[in-house]
Write a protein that binds this ligand. Structure first.
Ligand code: WTA
Length: 649
């Protein structure tokens, strides 16, 4: 894979030790690694005490049918009971579960007692609709409290939910609803986005034309906009749910009872239905949320600025924080409505202590400029986190300095939809973090970097990131396609979980993520990571954001093609800037890594979860008509880029 001497990442020598006060009071010390190493299974058995079991488990892990795992065998629990009821029973009913902040500035504090009443009402409503244990319910909703209520109501009844991100198309809803055998859908009339109502129900209505198995569509009134209505099928949430009793006695399910299915894109066109079950998932998210964010539930105000429609929202807005009786912020809107300081205003308002977000957001804030967060009081923050893609050292440093006030530890957390929980991350009270490195596997997690032949590489080596031992929140299968489960994750290196990511171990044995292995380029026999070159580009003061792809080249195998967004201050630099950037990459990595071309673009094509769609950039670089762009967050971006390039010729 990547040759160490070509790496700019491993030249990163800055480290940031935990602040002494945080370290002195941290939930975890280095002892946790030692404990888990000595008895990994016993360690997870101990972490399971964080969860309330109606019936105790008899065995921590049954791996006899690998790669199918059973965790906490024989245990019985209810995920919703663990998230809500038990906290109310323990006298925490008045604690705020969510400070809900709407885009327009309206807000609502929802206590654990409120949440319990609402979840019970929704569960009773679903029962009235005939939802039984095991039935699947699809949820296509804005970022509003009812979304959490709907998920927990499903969990309470043992009806697995499949949340479909509210930016997806009718086609995507239809595919997921059909694949998952959904009979009931929960949605809203619309969502508030960028100061305007944006419709959701019409998208569901269109999907329903091809989903005859769906009996009922329950509709939350959010925006009050006009909607078409099917009397047989559609019901208003406020008509059905509000009249229900606020109590409901829950049943307890087997630890391996399905909790949810989350669809995620794979290498083929058909999305994969990643299946998570109850016991192991709840233990995994509760433990990691407490450990990685050093959560002090009675003091912290925690904010995952992600959408509930993604796994990050499932694990770290809903199940992890609620299992830990956390007070969270939930925000409905976009970061620049009505102004570019909206996030920082929210942190100031609620005195947020822990912020968790994605590098793509951080780079956007970098582009807007540090003068914006500087206008707000961010002194309540004590820890900041990152997830979703490799964070470039430059973005890490900007985040640490301008948001974390040069004081807060940054936790760069690596994990995937399939993992359910964070697997690789610094521990804020223990690890001296390095900008750009996710550092080491968490206690109880065993990961390695393998070479092509499936041999672990030594320190300094690079290859494929694998997880060599099962972990509690791991996916159990792909919904309805167990063969694909085995092939995708367990066949590349038999017996170990293949992540699809490239990684490198530095001389200390710390992990550096290099992006998906399909994004690794081979130029004249040298393997180069798109991430490393992007990092080099972003480290230049003129660059706000960069994406790099490998384009087919008859001579060199692949050539490196870069797309960059310039910072506001660098506009008008023209060819000069491009030359400077090529030289800069050569300086940072080596002449071999110099992009053949650098195209200055106004924006980059991103999915709704913020991932750059390099495939489309590759089409441009290889001078083809760009392929399917229906999953883009903003479909006009491709036109803009092409118009821009045509204009530049
Ligand atoms: C990438 C999101 C580097 C990685 C929770 C992985 C990361 C994919 C990091 C999963 C990180 C996530 N550093 N890369 N800290 N976190 N990734 O399923 O390529 O949406 O395979 O889950 O995101 O994305 P997913």
């Amino acid at each position: 894979m990547v040759e160490p001497e070509l790496s700019n990442l491993s030249h990163e020598t800055r480290t940031f030790a935990p602040p002494p006060e945080l370290a002195a009071n941290a939930n975890l010390t280095a002892q946790a690694y030692a404990d888990a190493k000595e008895d990994r299974i016993g360690f997870w058995g101990k972490q399971a005490e964080r969860i309330s079991w109606a019936e105790p488990f008899t065995e921590v892990l049954d791996w006899s049918d690998a790669p199918h795992s059973k965790w906490f065998v024989g245990g019985k629990l209810n995920a919703a009971y663990n998230c809500v009821d038990r906290h109310v029973e323990a006298g925490l009913g008045d604690r705020v579960a969510y400070h809900f902040e709407a885009e327009n500035g309206e807000s609502e504090d929802i206590t654990y007692a409120d949440l319990l009443g609402r979840v019970c009402q929704a569960a009773n409503a679903l029962i009235e609709l005939g939802v039984k244990t095991g039935d699947r319910v699809a949820i296509y909703m804005p970022m509003i409290p009812e979304t959490v209520v709907a998920m927990l109501a499903c969990a309470r009844l043992g009806a697995p939910h499949t949340v479909i991100f509210a930016g997806y198309s009718s086609q995507a809803i239809q595919d997921r609803v059909q694949d998952c055998g959904v009979e009931v859908v929960i949605t809203a009339d619309g969502a508030n986005r960028k100061g305007k109502p944006s419709a959701l129900k019409p998208t569901v209505d269109k999907a329903m034309e091809n989903c005859p198995a769906v009996r009922k569509v329950l509709v939350v009134c959010r925006t009050g906009q006009e909607v078409a209505w099917n009397d047989e099928r559609d019901l208003w949430w406020h008509d059905l749910v509000s009249k229900q009793p606020t109590t409901h006695k829950c049943e307890f399910f087997d630890a391996e009872h399905p909790l949810y299915v989350m669809y995620s894109s794979g290498t083929t066109g058909k999305p994969k239905g990643v299946l998570h079950t109850t016991g192991g998932y709840m233990v995994g998210v509760s433990y990691t949320h407490w450990a990685v964010f050093d959560l002090k539930a009675d003091k912290d105000v925690y904010w995952t600025a992600a959408d509930i429609g993604w796994v990050t929202g499932h694990s770290y807005i809903v199940y992890g924080p609620l299992a830990n009786a956390t007070t969270s912020v939930m925000y409905e809107g976009t970061p620049d409505t009505p102004h570019q300081g909206r996030w920082w205003e929210i942190i100031q308002k609620y005195k947020v202590t822990i912020l968790y977000c994605a590098p793509t957001a951080i780079r956007m804030f970098m582009k807007w400029g540090e003068q914006i967060p500087a206008k707000f009081d961010l002194s309540s923050l004590r820890l900041i986190g990152s997830v979703g893609e490799p964070i470039n050292p430059e973005a890490y440093m900007w985040y640490r300095k301008n948001i974390g006030n040069d004081r807060c530890p940054v936790v760069d957390t690596w994990w995937q939809t399939e993992n359910g929980m964070i697997l690789i991350s610094p521990l804020p009270g223990v690890t001296a973090g390095k900008p750009g490195s996710a550092m080491t596997p968490l206690p109880g997690v065993v990961a390695a970097v393998y070479d092509e032949a499936g041999k672990p590489v030594d320190k300094g080596g690079a290859g494929y990131l694998v997880v060599t031992e099962p972990w509690p929140a791991m996916l159990r299968s792909l919904w309805g396609d167990d063969d694909r489960y085995k092939n995708t994750y367990w066949s590349r290196f038999p017996g170990v979980y293949f992540s699809g990511d490239g990684a490198k171990l530095d001389e200390d044995g710390d992990f550096w993520l290099l992006g998906r292995v399909d994004d690794v380029m081979n130029v004249s026999g040298h393997r180069l990571s798109t991430t490393e070159i992007e990092s080099a580009l972003v480290s230049h003061p003129a660059v706000a954001e960069a994406a790099v792809v490998g384009a087919a080249d008859a001579l060199t195998g692949q050539s490196i093609e870069a797309f960059v967004i310039l910072r506001e201050s660098a506009h008008g630099g023209g060819e000069d800037v491009v030359k400077q950037l090529r030289d800069h990459v050569a300086d940072q990595i080596g002449a071999i890594a110099k992009p053949r071309s650098i195209m200055v673009v106004p924006d980059l094509p991103k999915t709704r979860s913020g991932k750059i769609m390099r495939r489309l950039l590759k089409d441009i670089a290889e001078k083809r008509e760009p392929g399917d762009s229906t999953t883009l967050a903003d479909s006009s971006v491709m036109d803009l880029i092409q118009a821009n390039l045509a204009g530049a010729k």
